[in-house]
Every structure is written in structure tokens, then in C-alpha cells.
Design a protein around this ligand. Structure first.
Ligand code: ZN
Length: 370
């Protein structure tokens, strides 16, 4: 019987070494089941103890017991060595070179529309105008009626409107904020027992129209509205403010021209043009002014007394002027872009190519990150 134990030990250790040599986890597990498992060989030997003569039981029993311990120890040691070896192999395979330089991230740039918008807002801020924003989904009342454009007024045809319900729409201009701001200011003042305050605001934001989209028309575009209200402002103040802003944006040498135009919420109304910054009127084939020498940039006028009244300002004691300009148009002029649809392509590569129009003020030629 003792020989059996010695033979078993030799075989067991032999196959354990072989499995360890191959770093074969499965073989190791198989080995454990064969020798140390609940149906394993050690258990079988133990079961034989009962059949032995009484005097042999003790010796045999302790021999099996110590064999079991030796096999257990040998197994644990092999298992550990195999685990270590496999782990090292894995680490070796996944090694990362932390000294390699990182991959550069593509740097974005400010969208030309956003850039123009902030330049225009800054130009007006220099003259004391404060920027305010309003809702893009607007009531008919604010978008039309309070701006002196009642239902069935022919002037409504000037705005192709996107309606949400029969009284609610996507604002067709940022002008609703004229009345909203005046009403808020006059109501607050009245509650406190004060006169309505003087106002100087610009309203940048998105506007919407039901347009056939082409190179110069988009159904969504950006506008900047402006309003000044006080006791003594005049048309010459309007001319002064807008000429100053045109010069801030397009160069100090700019000349401006005001011509009559019609907008229902101003009286009188005018259209502002400036002399062409690209050719200064000298090139009959100029791409910017098409040879006319003048570029129309915005609409403006003295606030209509009805609009002042709708805002809670007494038209006998207050007066003011308003203006509105298209950010897309200004941006197209600045960059020499001839298709409005390009603005919404979201193509960074395209904007990297954008440079400023010929003859543009040097201050525009900011660095464009490559
Ligand atoms: Zn020109």
C-alpha cells in the first residue's frame, strides 16, 4: 500500500510539472480535480482506510494525509507561478509608451456670423447701447399689431410668416422687442411713480421667414434691431449714430447715404447705404457694389408715435429712432461671400478659407487658426 502512495505521488507531481510547463490553466484545473477533487484519487485512497486491518489504518491514514498536503502545496505553488507568468505576458503585450506625443485636437473657430454679431454689438455698446434678447416664438400682437401693422394691413405682405397657431408665429424680425422693452420699462417706472426711462438697446437674434431659399434668401437668419428713446433725439442723432457704427465696422473713411424707405413702425423711414469699401466707386465691375459705388446696409427711421404709445411712452414727450440690420448681409460683405446658404453648412474647412473682402479694414484680418 505504501508503494502505491509513492507511485501516485511520482505520477501526480510529474503531470503537475508538465501542466505548469505549458502554462496551461485548464490542465492545472483538471489535475486538481483528478487528485484533490471530491471524486479524486486522494479521496479514493481515504475511502480504502476502512477496509484495512486495524493495525495498518493509522500508518496508512497519516501517509495519505501527508501526501494530500504535499500535493496541495505543490499545486498552489504551480498555480501561482502560472498566474504570474500569464499576467506578465499580458502586461508585456499591452505595454503603453507614455513618452509618445499626444494626438493634437482639431481647433475650432468662431463662426463668421457669430463674429460679426459680436463686432456689431460691440460697435453699438461703444455708444451706450445695451444688448437684450427676446423670444423667437412670438405673439402676432408683438410681431405685428403693436408695431403698427394691424391684421389685413397690406404691409403684412412684406413678411412671409411661419405660423405656429393663428395667433403665434416664429418672429419675422427682432422688432417685437421694441415694444416689449418699452412696455417693461414704462410699467416698472409707473409702479415706482417715475417717468418712463430713456432707452438704448440693441436686440441680436434669430428670425424666421417663409422664403424660397436661394443664394440671398434663407428661411432662418440673424438680425440686429436697435432702439433709442428719450426726450430730444432727432433724425440727425440717428444719422450720427449709424454713420459712426458703419465706420467702426467698415473703416473710418466710410461715407453714408440716407434715402427714403418705408417701414410701418417708423416715420419717416430711411435706408442707409455706405460708399463701397472695396472700390470706393471707381470700379464699374466691382463684385461688392456691382458698380453702383454704394452698398445698402440697413433700414432705419424715427419711431412711429403709435409704437411709442403702444410701449407706454407718451409720443408728445418722447421720441426715438430704430434700425434693423441683417447679420448675414454684413458678414457676406465683410468676407466677400456670395451665397447665404454656406453659413449653415457647418463646414470648418470652408471657414478656414474665408478671408476678408478686398479693401477691408486691416482690423478685420485677424489670425485664423490653421
Ligand atoms: Zn464697389
Amino acid at each position: 500500500m505504501v508503494e502505491d502512495i509513492t507511485a501516485l505521488e511520482t505520477t501526480a507531481l510529474g503531470s503537475l510539472t508538465a501542466a505548469e510547463h505549458r502554462s496551461d490553466r485548464q490542465a492545472l484545473e483538471q489535475w486538481r480535480l483528478t487528485y484533490l477533487g471530491s471524486q479524486g484519487q486522494i479521496r479514493q485512497l481515504m475511502r480504502c482506510i476502512g477496509q484495512l486491518p486495524l493495525e495498518e489504518r493509522r500508518t496508512f491514514g497519516s501517509a495519505v494525509q501527508s501526501l494530500a498536503q504535499r500535493l496541495e502545496v505543490a499545486y498552489k505553488a504551480s498555480e501561482q507561478r502560472v498566474s504570474d507568468r500569464l499576467l506578465n505576458r499580458e502586461l508585456e503585450a499591452e505595454r503603453i509608451d507614455v513618452t509618445l506625443p499626444g494626438r493634437p485636437h482639431a481647433q475650432g473657430l468662431i463662426h463668421p456670423l457669430r463674429q460679426t454679431l459680436s463686432d456689431v454689438v460691440r460697435a453699438f455698446a461703444n455708444l451706450g447701447f445695451q444688448a437684450v434678447e427676446g423670444p423667437e416664438v412670438e405673439w402676432d400682437t408683438y410681431n405685428f399689431e403693436l408695431l403698427n401693422i394691424p391684421a389685413n394691413h397690406p404691409a403684412r405682405d412684406m413678411w412671409d410668416t411661419l405660423w405656429i397657431t393663428d395667433r403665434m408665429l416664429l418672429r419675422t424680425h427682432t422688432s417685437p422687442m421694441q415694444v416689449r422693452t418699452m412696455r417693461m420699462a414704462s410699467a416698472t417706472a409707473r409702479r415706482q411713480g417715475n417717468e418712463p426711462p430713456a432707452l438704448r438697446i440693441v436686440v441680436p437674434g434669430r428670425t424666421y421667414r417663409y422664403e424660397q431659399v436661394d443664394a440671398t434668401h434663407e428661411s432662418q437668419f440673424m438680425q440686429l434691431e436697435g432702439l433709442l428713446v428719450d426726450h430730444q433725439s432727432s433724425f440727425s442723432d440717428l444719422k450720427g449714430v449709424l454713420t459712426d457704427v458703419a465706420r467702426q465696422l467698415f473703416g473710418q473713411a466710410r461715407k453714408t447715404r440716407f434715402r427714403c424707405d418705408y417701414f410701418p413702425f417708423v416715420e419717416p423711414g430711411a435706408e442707409l447705404a455706405m460708399d463701397c469699401f472695396a472700390c470706393e466707386g471707381r470700379d464699374p465691375h466691382c463684385r461688392v457694389c456691382h458698380g453702383s459705388g454704394w452698398i445698402e446696409i440697413l433700414g432705419c427711421g424715427m419711431v412711429h408715435p403709435k409704437v411709442l404709445e403702444n410701449g407706454g411712452y407718451d409720443p408728445q414727450r418722447y421720441r426715438g429712432f430704430a434700425f434693423g440690420l441683417g447679420i448675414e448681409r454684413i458678414t457676406m460683405l465683410r468676407h466677400g461671400i456670395d451665397d447665404i446658404r454656406l453659413f449653415y453648412l457647418n463646414d470648418v474647412q470652408l471657414w478656414r478659407q474665408v478671408r476678408y473682402a478686398p479693401g477691408a479694414p486691416r482690423s478685420w484680418n485677424r489670425e485664423v487658426p490653421e
